[in-house]
Design a protein around this ligand. Structure first.
Ligand code: UD1
Length: 366
């Protein structure tokens, strides 16, 4: 029987919950062997290892150990190291996910070796060329052989860019598969209890985009707003390493120490984090994935960004874009508004990995 080698590229925190359901689904197939390649873009235990254990992933087959650096250093480092792997073990398919630097780096490397590349979470566009992720998305999609999209807007974006319809397959949102796989563990976690908080009595915050955290004045303004909000609604804020580094530089520690309802904590494992989100009254974020997870869970989300590559979350009514000037007012309005019951988004149903496997099988044996 044919045994196709499928590389699954994992690099940074948001990738792990996208490859896990696919790894498990491919492992059940007889015609292929999934191989996990970890580029090492994220390397701290709480940004990487805990996700492997929560999501029941084995240790990566290949670890490139690239680490941090400038965009060029990181991208180039991944390309050089991944090319060596591809030359040693020529995969039949390279599956890249999301929009991080390693996604683009591995797609380019593979395509230049004439390998088949598939992109999971294709077609999302913020139209904001100052975001490194937008460049990664555009480059990756333009060279991929198979583009798996999460929503109709993504299909339309790709068609507008001249990608042939035959390469585009709508499979839905793979992150929902991870959530559903672990739902019972997430439901029994009650992570907020450690802070003396009950479901619905607190908000969750995540912020790491350079535009929000790299400018000291902006960071100080955001923190002051969060302190003000936390006096009405306690906030739990797992702090990303980039944000943690910036916090050390802006000299607000004495003020933060006094803000007893703003809980700054370490980055959380997947199960802990999803438990917090599931039980939250609302979420303040600049993450892409969190906009989707809150939409699925029908939790109000305030996204501190000028744009989003996930407009379907706004269309559903759970997500809204806010600025630092409108954040506090928007919170007051969310807290006083009754939640709508939303109809689910097509294919955000926990079965995306099965559709991806089917599509990959068809493309491999057509
Ligand atoms: C990256 C992705 C972004 C994604 C985010 C999720 C790109 C361009 N950006 O941004 O799309 O939303 O991951 O987290 O690929 N660091 C650590 N430990 C780690 C990882 C990072 O200390 O395990 C530090 C780095 O040294 C660096 C900072 O965090 O100072 C930023 O890391 P980096 O991977 O460059 O970008 P992210 O901001 O995490």
């Amino acid at each position: 029987m044919t045994n196709l080698i499928i590389h699954l590229i994992a690099a940074a925190r948001p990738n792990f919950m996208k490859i896990a359901p696919l790894y498990h689904a491919l492992s059940r197939e007889e015609w292929c062997t999934p191989i996990i390649v970890h580029t090492g873009q994220h390397y701290d235990a709480n940004m990487s290892d805990t996700f492997f254990s929560d999501l029941n992933l084995p240790n990566p087959d290949w670890h490139l150990g690239i680490g941090s650096g400038t965009h060029a250093e990181q991208t180039a480092g991944v390309m050089v190291a991944y090319e060596k792997i591809c030359l040693k073990q020529r995969p039949d398919w390279v599956i890249v996910v999301g929009d991080v630097n390693s996604t683009m780096a591995c797609a380019i490397t593979a395509k230049k070796l004439n390998l088949n590349v598939a992109h999971l979470e294709a077609g999302l566009r913020s139209r904001d060329m100052t975001m490194p992720e937008e460049i990664n998305r555009l480059v990756t999609d333009s060279i991929s052989d198979l583009l798996w999209t999460p929503s109709p807007d993504a299909d339309e974006n790709l068609l507008h860019e001249g990608i042939p319809r035959t390469k585009i397959v709508r499979v839905g949102n793979i992150m929902i598969d991870s959530f559903e796989l672990l739902r019972s563990k997430i439901d029994s976690e009650h992570a907020a209890a450690a802070f003396g908080l009950t479901p619905g009595s607190f908000g969750v915050v995540t912020l790491h985009r350079p535009v929000n955290v790299d400018n000291p004045d902006q960071m100080r303004t955001i923190l002051s707003a969060l302190i003000e909000i936390s006096e009405q609604l306690p906030l739990i804020f797992p702090v990303h390493p980039r944000t943690r580094n910036r916090l050390k530089e802006i000299g607000m520690q004495p003020v933060l120490d006094k803000a007893h309802n703003l809980h700054l904590i370490e980055p959380q494992s997947y199960i802990h984090f999803m438990s917090l989100v599931k039980d939250a009254k609302l979420v303040i974020t600049d993450s892409g994935g969190v906009q989707e997870e809150t939409t699925y869970l029908n939790i109000p989300c305030l996204t501190l960004r000028e744009n989003t590559e996930r407009p379907i979350t706004i269309l559903q009514g759970t997500n809204q874009l806010v600025t630092i000037n409108t954040l506090v007012k928007s919170i007051v309005s969310v807290l006083s508004t009754k939640k709508n019951i939303n109809s689910p988004i097509e294919f955000w149903d926990g079965h995306t990995a099965e559709r991806v496997v089917q599509s990959l099988k068809e493309a491999s044996f057509q």
